[in-house]
Write a protein of this length. Sequence first.
Length: 568
Amino acid sequence: MPDEPAAPKPKSNFIRDIIDRHLASGRFDRVRTRFPPEPNGFLHIGHAKSLHLNFGLARDYGGLCNLRMDDTNPETEDQSYVDAIKEDVRWLGFDWEDREYYASDYYERLYEWAVALIKKGDAYVCDLTADQVREYRGTVTKPGTPSPYRDRSVAENLDLFARMRAGEFPDGSKTLRAKIDMASPNMLMRDPLMYRIRRERHYRRGDAWCLYPTYDWAHGQSDSIEGITHSICTLEFEVHRPLYDWFLDRLGVHHPQQIEFARLNLGHTVISKRRLLELVESGLVSGWDDPRMPTISGFRRRGYSPESIAAFCEKIGVAKDNSIVDLPLLEMCAREHLNRTSPRAMAVLRPLKVVITNYPADRVEEFDAVNNPEDPSAGTRKVPFSRELWIERDDFMEAPPPKFYRLSPGREVRLRYAYFIRCDEAVRDASGEVVELRCTYDPATRGGDNPPDGRKVKATLHWVSARHALDAEVRLYDTLFTVRDPLDVPEGADWKAALNPGSLETVRDAKIEPLLASAAPESRWQFERLGYFVADRRDARPGAPVFNRTVTLRDEWARLVKAGRDAA
């Protein structure tokens, strides 16, 4: 038998180059990465990039990737966030196996290492308030001023630190700080905080601790405990790297390499858990999994597939410079995957009744409809046809402009899979609105074939048999914000002012073909001529289907850009 084709070689990038050098030099003999989210919110699309990077590096180098909850802030963290994070990571296709860790599991060891630094004269207990610490730190052009408590003896620091842990002092009254360099050009190296007193119940440790480590203190040491070789962080942590290295060097423990890459910023939304939480708590969205949110659960509920998100992460690659990626690239990845995998169905979102006057009132036919032209193995389905149909209201114009080829008085169109029909009359209600079209059909065009006389039509419409149609709620989503960068606002301005008032349109009287009655939650479909849709995983009920639009069939953004260029 011929050999199986080799798997494609992963694209090179600066992180892989660093890892290759480390393995070649013998600094590390393996690769071990970690994905360390803080359980204070849901994962967003930026986390997907980090997940694919960390788990992908471990996979490609035959290593391991840990899942670690960075739970050092009891005020904002919760078990519900942990559960949501784990669900999202699994949905994206990653398996951490038995390597589920928590920074809170290391509290005792972190405390012991802090004691070791105190004994070496590298840490001290400080009584300055938070405001005083900021004042003493100086500025980028002015060195900091040493704390008056900086020269406490080792014995006094050990005693105070033990009493801090025992809960003898009020919250915020004392901190433990590293003794580094108050004149360092890197402000983070000016005696940074390691511990603060907070009487907050921890979601895992309960009331066992009132002394909590800072992220900078817990981060590198947690990496060291787990044997991480390459600690992949986003670019804002580049300035933290000297502190990461300093702690590990002073302790003399296993020292991973921190590497920073550009975080993912997605246009027309915000990628910040603090901002996203504000949207949730203010009721501006329905929750963390609102399909307009850039969270993993939001994209999942909107109908994006794990494969499309993986393709997006692959296309944007890994870089050192921050930038904004426009949403159409992600939408393109969704279309490419959904086009290959989604079964087709017919639905009418804004129904207009069509009565075929020369079709028998009691007759019902069934036509074969292709389930997916991209996948012949998907086969066909039966679609019922009767005298009364629903078509899209936008597919009829009484006085059409040039290049409008759909239905109008006296014009003939093809009904997908069925017949040619000609509009003979438009019926209006008392207000003058067209409520019904009276049409005739040509029996010689059964199956949508061209008639024997060779005449052709320029439009093919989708439709649903009125007798067999089911009512459905369909939600049409647009971008959450009207501007590319919602945070690019003048100081003091409200970034939420750019929220898109048209980001959600709910259609409550859509008509769908009978097949969709059995659509399973999260099943993805192409509604012919309308776009890709998903059966809502939360709100759909038996007999009350709800669908969310994932993306339109065409890249409207690219079309508008091209039109603008042509006009110029």
